[in-house]
Design a protein around this ligand. Structure first.
Ligand SMILES: Nc1ncnc2c1ncn2[C@@H]1O[C@H](COP(=O)(O)OP(=O)(O)OP(=O)(O)O)[C@@H](O)[C@H]1O
Ligand SMILES: [Mg+2]
Length: 258
């Protein structure tokens, strides 16, 4: 049985004008990449906010390795091991890359630990090390994304939440950003991401979740979601191609992993 890093259990949440999320249930398996896809306004960012504590669910709960996150402040949830890289760029543009990284480790409260962590993340992302003295605002959008990833690793999180990491980036940069997501995952991190670029996002993910009108429409492995005929037609620009040589295997039905 796969262990779950995160369990989202019946989360209902909104902003005062009514609920945006309705009884959302899914799990994020430990050590894997899980990708949430769905149309604009489906509630993807709202769901991430409900996990990282920026928004308090009206009902339901979120558990990280069995520990209840719901009811904790964003800071407490961060300390519990959940880092959230938002949809918009979030570096301090007038500070250097190194300073931005160190700020990511600010709550560690130990300079030597911050320095050790910085050395570790720079080893994982050698390009980031070469930009250490540059102002973050002078980097390209894709480069800034890599620094944001490196910064979120400073706290050695249990779960990394990425909201549309490829947003606003030139197509030729996408590969670099997706490679960086895989690098973080290979270093042992569980990743939950929202990706507008649904096909590419699902292709690199072990698991997929389709959110529609604030409800979970489908969960399954990345491949199951990619190859689901209706989902393909609705969100992925036509149904997914199945490998031409082999006959399509009987795929197990995509189960709700609640
Ligand atoms: N801060 C807010 N206050 C009030 N309503 C909000 C707020 N943020 C989002 N909403 C509403 O909640 C709904 C879901 O928005 P959300 O940003 O979660 O969607 P999304 O799936 O992330 O969309 P996108 O793909 O465009 O990023 C929308 O109807 C939106 O207008
Ligand atoms: Mg969003």
């Amino acid at each position: 049985m796969t262990e779950n890093a995160l369990v989202v259990d019946g989360v209902t949440a909104g902003y005062g004008g009514g609920d945006v999320l309705h009884d959302v249930c899914f799990t994020v398996p430990e050590g894997a990449i899980t990708c949430i896809v769905g149309p604009n306004g489906a509630g993807k960012s709202t769901l991430l906010a409900a996990i990282s504590g920026l928004l308090r669910p009206r009902a339901g709960q979120v558990l990280l390795r069995g520990e209840r996150l719901t009811g904790k402040s964003p800071r407490q949830i961060l300390r519990a091991g959940v880092v959230h890289v938002p949809q918009n760029h979030s570096l301090f543009p007038d500070m250097t890359v190194a300073e931005n990284l160190d700020l990511g480790g600010y709550t560690l409260g130990s300079r030597s630990l911050v320095a050790r962590r910085r050395a570790g993340v720079q080893e994982l992302f050698p390009e980031v090390a070469t930009w250490a003295k540059k102002k973050a605002g002078s980097l390209s959008g894709g480069q800034q994304r890599l620094v944001e990833f490196a910064r979120c690793l400073m706290l050695d999180p249990t779960l990394i939440i990425l909201d549309e990491p490829s947003m606003g980036l030139a197509p030729k940069i996408l590969r670099t950003v997706f490679d960086a997501v895989r690098t973080m995952n290979s270093s042992g991190k569980t990743v939950l991401l929202v990706e507008q670029n649904a096909r590419a996002g699902l292709a690199m993910s072990g698991y997929g979740v389709v959110l529609e009108n604030g409800r979970v429409r489908l969960t399954g492995t990345g491949t199951q979601v990619l190859e689901h005929p209706e989902i393909g037609a609705l969100y992925l620009g036509g149904s997914a191609k199945i490998a031409p040589v082999q006959a399509a295997p009987e795929a197990p039905g995509p189960g709700q992993r609640t």
